[in-house]
Design a protein around this ligand. Structure first.
Ligand code: NIG
Ligand code: FE
Length: 413
């Protein structure tokens, strides 16, 4: 007898590849009609048709819609205090993101608020966002630091992520993003990178608080050489490198990433054809974040079609931060489809199995297959094409995390 069996009209298993899906496989959903999933001890025991799996279970759920793996959100800045709604007004009248940042707004303003926040307050604010993510079907997420930019606050952010991972149903993967902006105490980016390497990274590594290290390689922020130095040091301290590259300008971040063996490069709006080929050659994953140009009022989106055509695995993420505040992977899927012309199938692969691989979780989550965590969402849709199509509402009815029902009828249990 199984702990739990779920019968559903349509099942997307996302099975069928070792590693992230690329090229034509980017559209491969592993569909089973009249499907069933059997769960024991929080893990998937068997996947097949209703006829194959049967109904011998302590608990049986019959779902007339669609079941698929929980969304994985592989790039978020979800740990922050305060908000920046007034900056939207500035953007509407034509101020750019980098202008707002230079004038002490943007990241630096959130840094001020986050430094002031106590551990408990920051945890509470982040938990609220984590709850919303879960309600919208995200069962695993990455979260970055980067609103501290000093020793104590960066540590506080890592402690918040750790605590949340221990106490929240969602699995949360921590990333150290000390190099997110130049804090006001430093006039020189090189000096700040030295400080991060010598005084902060060493402690993060010693206490094993971050799986990844990331840097904002961007004009007026950190350049390619600084990124190389920072990420090389991070590797020595046991962190896997990631890089924010080509969000606004191309500074060569992808080449640095390729050289250092980064697992992924992220944003990639301005990435050249040669760099896309280099990523394909190195097996780097492209984490694309269409919510960001959307909230920057920009018409320049990452060239998702080129990444797919050239054989780069594509993942999608919210980039959840005070400039791009959405907890919803469903919103991101809508934007990816409309603004980057990804097919419904490609957006689903990019927000499950490929997203999981981009944070080193591909063996645990992202598809429904025996041995993996039973992270399953039940959507109130007649078929998967409704996910990018029926927008602006929550299509997720039920969320199962590690075999436990954590959202039912759209409410936290
Ligand atoms: O990925 N680009 C750098 N960091 C975030 C934005 C952070 C912020 O504006 O607070 C991003 O878009
Ligand atoms: Fe980001």
């Amino acid at each position: 007898m199984f702990d739990l069996v779920i019968h559903e009209k349509h099942l997307l298993t996302l099975q069928g590849s070792k590693g992230p899906k690329k090229g034509e496989l980017t559209g491969q959903l592993g569909v089973i009609e009249s499907g069933a999933i059997a769960i024991n001890n929080g893990r998937i025991e068997a996947v097949g048709t209703i006829r194959e799996i049967g109904d011998n279970a302590e608990r049986l759920i019959k779902w007339s819609g669609l079941a698929m793996p929980g969304f994985v959100d592989p790039h978020t800045h979800a740990v922050f205090s305060g908000s920046r709604e007034d900056e939207l007004k500035m953007k509407i009248v034509g101020r750019t993101y980098l202008e707002i940042l230079k004038a002490g707004g943007g990241i630096l303003r959130t840094v001020k608020a986050t430094r002031k926040s106590s551990f408990e307050q920051l945890l509470e604010e982040t938990k609220k966002r984590a709850d919303t993510m879960l309600l919208y079907g995200t069962t695993t997420a990455e979260m970055k630091t980067g609103y501290g930019l000093d020793f104590d606050t960066e540590m506080k952010m890592l402690e918040v992520i750790k605590k949340l991972d221990e106490t929240h149903p969602m699995d949360i993967v921590p990333t150290f993003l000390g190099a997110h902006a130049l804090p006001p105490e430093f006039k020189d980016a090189d000096e700040y990178i030295d400080f991060l390497i010598n005084d902060v990274m060493s402690e993060v590594g010693r206490r094993n608080l971050a799986k990844f290290a990331d840097i904002f390689c961007e004009k007026g922020v950190f350049d390619a050489e600084q990124s190389r130095r920072y990420l090389s040091a991070a590797k020595k301290h046991g962190m896997i490198p990631k890089i924010h590259a080509d969000e606004i300008e191309n500074l060569g971040g992808v080449r640095v990433g390729a050289e250092l063996g980064t697992i992924s490069a992220e944003h990639l709006v301005k990435t050249s054809d040669e760099e896309i080929e280099l990523m394909a050659e190195k097996g780097m994953i492209a984490d694309l974040l269409p919510g960001t140009p959307h909230m920057l009022l920009s018409n320049h989106y990452a060239p998702a079609r080129k990444f797919i055509e050239k054989g780069v695995p594509v993942a999608l993420a919210t980039d959840l931060n005070p400039n791009c505040w959405t907890e919803s992977m469903q919103m991101v899927i809508n934007l990816a489809s409309l603004r980057m012309r990804m097919s419904p199938e490609e957006t689903i692969v990019a927000s499950t199995i490929n997203a999981a691989y981009s944070i080193g979780m591909g063996d645990e989550v992202g598809s429904l297959e025996p041995g993996k965590k039973a992270d399953i969402i039940l959507l109130d849709v007649p078929n998967h094409m409704h996910i990018p199509y029926h927008f602006g509402v929550n299509l997720v009815n039920t969320v199962i995390k590690n075999g436990r029902i954590v959202v039912k009828e759209g409410c936290l249990t």
